[in-house]
Write a protein that binds this ligand. Structure first.
Ligand SMILES: Nc1nc2c(c(=O)[nH]1)N[C@H]1C(S)=C(S)[C@@H](COP(=O)(O)OP(=O)(O)OC[C@H]3O[C@@H](n4cnc5c(N)ncnc54)[C@H](O)[C@@H]3O)O[C@H]1N2
Ligand code: MOO
Length: 397
């Protein structure tokens, strides 16, 4: 990463917020730099992932000399005396053929040593245990390793795991694939939060813990765990350095109140700040930092603002770490309907419904509310001093 990514040296005046598009770019760049160690995932879980290491052939393809046709495996010039039958997967009927011998053979069955070719039924005549016909030397046998040699590199790091890749990997003897799957732990702070039932007087039900995992899976990352902490600096400092995760998300604590310890804790643990505050509404108190290979993302406590910060920093960061495109990114721009007032300095992010090629605000978009987001297909990106031109969208999962 260039020095200019770091908030402390970026030329952002003290207290100034990073322009919203620049904040997203910084998150994506940091993610590309912090690619996590690949994790070996069972084939059934690897679909859609990106390989974090090359994949080699554990066996050759084919793994053994096998018949490519139903017919007769033959040795030497014809005619051939039939000496057995070889089915696929069955024990060897005959270890080797001598010249002038044949075994009846099924497609995919191992051919005996000494086999020179396979004569398909259609080209063979069988008479009283003797096979006749014209052969072409070497034909209709799939020779061991002719498609892929054992040990060959068949897929390179950065390839996407598609259904065909899963089939190929299985054919080459793999039970797992090394996939980039960033591990993300979520620390939800706030003495006022509860996690089940009605919140009670002066308490608030945690709305961020339940919404983060869906964004993680969508962006190609995995939830390492969610922990609820009070507004306690020592507990937060211990939790952010707990290890095991590639990304630590801290919800709440991002602002400047007496219980907002995130900045102090990041400084205490020696994390380097990349973004401190983003010029967007809602969601300006967002933080992006890293220490070694671990990234830290601070989300505002207001749930609607937290969701915007997830789309601004967390999704670009982890999708880049996973080697994937940002799933929120949408090509092209759309006409934004309705009365929308731009902000003079900040980018506004508005939950919208998509109707054809137009976007219509759904309302209910206060920072503390997720109601608008729950009704929306996407967020419209309204730049500062917007002049009514078509706007970019951020898609929602
Ligand atoms: N002096 C300033 N005060 C505030 C500023 C500012 O710039 N200067 N920014 C305001 C904005 S904007 C936001 S957003 C909040 C961000 O504050 P924190 O990230 O420190 O979050 P808290 O203060 O803990 O909580 C804010 C609000 O959200 C509720 N909350 C917190 N966590 C959750 C959760 N997991 N689920 C549901 N609701 C949650 C919390 O109860 C508060 O009502 O700071 C403003 N202040
Ligand atoms: O992040 Mo705050 O309003 O922008 O909720």
């Amino acid at each position: 990463m260039s020095c200019s990514d770091h908030a402390s040296r970026a030329g952002d005046p003290p207290g100034a917020h990073r322009e919203w598009p620049r904040a997203r770019e910084a998150a994506e760049r940091l993610g590309a730099r912090l690619a996590p160690a690949p994790r070996d995932l069972p084939l059934g879980r690897a679909l859609g992932g990106v390989l974090g290491a090359d994949v080699t052939a554990l066996v050759g393809l084919p793994a053994f000399d096998a018949s490519a046709m139903d017919g007769y495996a033959v040795a030497g010039p014809g005619p051939w005396r039939l000496v057995g039958t070889q089915l696929a997967g069955a024990p060897s009927a005959r270890e080797a053929l001598a010249p002038g011998q044949a075994v009846e053979i099924a497609t995919g069955a191992r051919v005996p040593k000494g086999t020179e070719s396979v004569l398909p039924y259609e080209r063979a005549a069988l008479d009283d245990g003797v096979v006749g016909g014209e052969i072409e030397r070497g034909r209709h046998v799939r020779w061991a390793g002719e498609e892929t040699e054992p040990g060959a590199t068949v897929l390179t790091r950065g390839s996407r795991v598609t259904p065909a890749v899963l089939g190929l990997a299985a054919g080459l003897g793999h039970d797992t694939l090394p996939v980039l799957l960033p591990q993300v732990s979520v620390l939800v702070t706030g003495d006022e939060l509860t996690t089940s039932g009605l919140p009670g007087e002066g308490r608030v039900r945690d709305a961020i813990g339940p919404l983060v995992p869906g964004f993680l899976g969508w962006a190609g990352a995995e939830l390492h765990g969610v922990r609820h902490l009070g507004d306690d600096r020592a507990a937060l400092a211990a939790a952010v350095t707990d290890g095991g995760a590639d990304v630590v998300v801290v919800c709440g604590s991002s602002s400047k109140g007496p219980a907002d310890h995130l900045r102090a804790v990041l400084a205490q643990v020696g994390a380097e700040t990349v973004v401190d505050g983003v010029a967007c509404r809602p969601g300006h108190p967002q933080v992006l930092a890293h220490r070694g290979g671990t990234a830290f993302v601070g989300l505002p406590g207001n749930p609607g603002a937290a969701l915007v910060a997830i789309l601004t920093l967390l999704v670009p960061l982890v999708s880049a770490m996973a080697g994937r495109p940002d799933p929120a990114r949408s090509p092209g721009a759309v006409v934004l309907e309705g009365e929308v007032a731009p902000h003079p300095r900040d980018t506004r992010l508005l939950p919208v419904r998509l109707i054809g090629d137009r976007a219509r605000p759904v309302g209910h978009d206060r920072p503390g509310s997720l109601r608008g987001a729950a009704l929306a297909d996407a967020y419209a990106v309204v730049p500062p001093r917007w002049d009514g031109a078509p706007v970019e969208l951020l898609l929602l999962p």
